[in-house]
Design a binder for this molecule. Structure first.
Ligand SMILES: Nc1ncnc2c1ncn2[C@@H]1O[C@H](COP(=O)(O)OP(=O)(O)OP(=O)(O)O)[C@@H](O)[C@H]1O
Ligand SMILES: [Mg+2]
Length: 214
């Protein structure tokens, strides 16, 4: 069964962003979505991750149409199974990095794994307040928070946008490893063509269509 599928999605804000968008994500797979600024990549990611209702079409998670799910079921799936790494981090600012992870661990009944903190290079700063961390450190804490949940599907919008090339590469390998080892899948929005090519499938949003290029 697919982790995620989209059938015939359309969406319009002031003008039509895209129509007849379809894709499937299987366990251990990663999908990259590329396209010029303003083409609708983030909007599509919001729709796929249940945050925004499309004007047309269906999104299914684990084979279930999310528009037909009762609210409780959808809330549970969002809490336990979906991991969102977006451009703004939404960390709790008054807390330390570690406390932010504790909240995630508690909500999803998982443990905070020290190797994860080591791999992300945030072990040393983990007890500092979020407001005392650099942008790139905050980004890595938010990635740690998402992975601590042990999600089945990761949605990532330019997750390494604030990071230098080397750190970005390490963080992305972590995502790929995570998917392989946990039967999870990832939808990644990126402007980085090299990074996109590391994914199982690559799609380009252009001329209002989602075209598969790998
Ligand atoms: N909530 C909204 N209300 C109205 N228009 C919106 C909304 N969100 C996005 N848009 C418009 O939809 C278009 C696509 O935006 P989106 O953020 O999806 O692009 P993007 O491909 O992610 O761009 P970028 O690469 O710059 O992040 C833009 O013209 C934007 O102004
Ligand atoms: Mg965007």
């Amino acid at each position: 069964m697919n982790l995620l599928s989209a059938e015939d999605l359309t969406h319009t804000f002031e003008y039509e962003l895209f129509n007849s968008v379809s894709l499937n994500l299987d366990p251990k797979e990663s999908i990259a979505i590329i396209g010029i600024s303003g083409s609708g990549k983030s909007t599509l990611l919001h729709i796929l991750s249940t945050l925004l209702k499309p004007n047309g079409g269906r999104v299914k998670i684990f084979g279930e149409d999310i528009a037909l799910m009762d609210k409780k079921r959808l809330t549970k799936i969002k809490r336990d199974d979906l991991g969102l790494v977006f451009q703004s981090h939404y960390l709790f600012k008054g807390f330390s990095a570690y406390e932010n992870l504790e909240v995630a661990a508690m909500l999803s009944k998982q443990n905070i794994e020290t190797p994860l903190l080591e791999h992300l290079g945030i072990k040393e700063c983990i007890h500092q307040k979020v407001t005392e961390l650099s942008g790139g450190q905050q980004q890595r804490v938010s990635i740690a928070r998402v992975l601590t949940k042990k999600p089945r599907i990761i949605f990532a919008d330019e997750p390494t946008g604030n990071l230098d090339k080397q750190t970005a590469g390490e963080v992305m390998s972590l995502f790929f490893e995570y998917c392989k080892n946990n039967n999870a899948g990832m939808v990644l929005v990126t402007h980085d063509e090299v990074l996109a090519q590391m994914c199982t499938k690559v799609y380009k949003l252009q001329n209002k269509e989602l075209v598969r290029i790998k």
